[in-house]
Design a protein around this ligand. Structure first.
Ligand code: G3P
Ligand code: MG
Length: 244
C-alpha cells in the first residue's frame, strides 16, 4: 500500500532547473512541491553525490567516470549551464546537503540509488546507511539494481524500498518479496491494466515514471497507479491527484 506523496518532482524540478542540484530543489519548493525524486551515486571515495550519469559529458563537461572524482572536485564543477546559461556554476551537491535542505523544508524524498557499474552493492549499502540517519518516514529508496536494494535492506531494513523496472518482469512478485520491498516503480509507457491490478491486489504500491502529460497522468490514476514523478511541474501540480 502507498502511504506517500502522489506527485513527485523528477530529478528535483524536472526540466525547469538542472537535474539533481540544489537549485532544482529550491525550484520544486517554489512550485509548491513537497516531494521530489533524485538520483544518488557513491563515488570511489565513498562520498555520496546527486548524479544520474556514470560518465562526464552530459550535465558536466569533460570525459571519464564521475566516480573517479571526489565530492569536493564535483562541487567545483558546473552542473547547470548544460540546461541554460542562467544556471552556470551550479555545483554537483552532496547527498547530505540536499537531505538537510529537504528535511528543513518538509520535502519528502524518493532517493533513487544510482550505482555506477560495478558499484551496486557498495552504493546500496552507503545510501541506505545515510538514509537510516534521517527521520523515519522522510525517504523511500528505489533502484533499478536488485543488488543495490538487497544491500540496502541488509544495512537499513527500516528504510522502505521500491524496485524500479522499465517493463514489469514476469517474476516481479518474487523480486519484491526477496527485497522486502513495498512498491514497484514502473516505466509509465509499459504498464498495462491487468498488471497494475495484480500489483495492487498483491498489496504493493504502484509508482510510474516519468509522466509529463496530464491526460496520461489521468489514464494512469484511473488504472490504479498510486503515484508518479513528473518533469512538468509547471503543468502537473502537486495536488494533481487530489483534484483528478
Ligand atoms: O525514479 C524514476 C526515474 O528517475 C527513473 O529513471 O533514469 O530518470 O533515473 P531515471
Ligand atoms: Mg531517477
Amino acid at each position: 500500500m502507498w502511504t506517500y506523496p502522489r506527485v513527485l518532482a523528477h530529478r528535483g524540478a524536472g526540466k525547469l532547473a538542472p537535474e539533481n542540484t540544489m537549485v532544482a530543489m529550491r525550484c520544486a519548493l517554489s512550485h509548491g512541491f513537497h516531494a521530489v525524486e533524485f538520483d544518488v551515486m557513491a563515488l570511489k571515495s565513498g562520498e555520496l553525490v546527486l548524479m544520474h550519469d556514470a560518465e562526464l559529458g552530459r550535465t558536466i563537461a569533460g570525459e571519464g567516470l564521475v566516480i573517479d572524482l571526489s565530492a569536493s572536485e564535483l562541487a567545483q564543477m558546473d552542473a547547470g549551464s548544460w540546461l541554460a546559461p542562467q544556471f552556470a556554476g551550479e555545483p554537483v551537491p552532496g547527498f547530505a546537503e540536499v537531505a538537510q535542505f529537504c528535511l528543513a523544508h518538509d520535502i519528502w524524498m524518493n532517493v533513487e540509488i544510482k550505482p555506477a557499474p560495478g558499484m551496486e552493492h557498495e552504493t546500496g549499502r552507503l545510501v541506505a546507511a545515510a538514509c537510516a540517519q534521517l527521520p523515519i518516514g522522510r525517504v523511500l529508496l528505489s533502484s533499478f539494481s536488485f543488488t543495490a536494494l538487497a544491500a540496502a535492506h541488509i544495512v537499513a531494513p527500516e528504510v522502505p524500498r521500491g524496485l524500479l523496472v522499465e517493463r514489469v518482469p514476469p517474476d516481479w512478485q518474487l523480486q519484491l518479496h526477496k527485497l522486502h520491498a513495498c512498491a514497484l516503480h514502473v516505466g509509465a509507457a509499459f504498464l498495462d491494466a491487468s498488471t497494475a491490478d495484480a500489483v495492487r491486489q498483491a498489496g504493493y504500491g504502484l509508482f510510474c515514471y516519468t509522466v509529463n502529460d496530464p491526460a496520461e497522468a489521468k489514464r494512469l490514476l484511473n488504472m490504479g497507479v498510486d503515484a508518479f514523478c513528473t518533469d512538468s511541474i509547471d503543468v502537473i501540480n502537486a495536488e494533481f491527484c487530489d483534484i483528478n
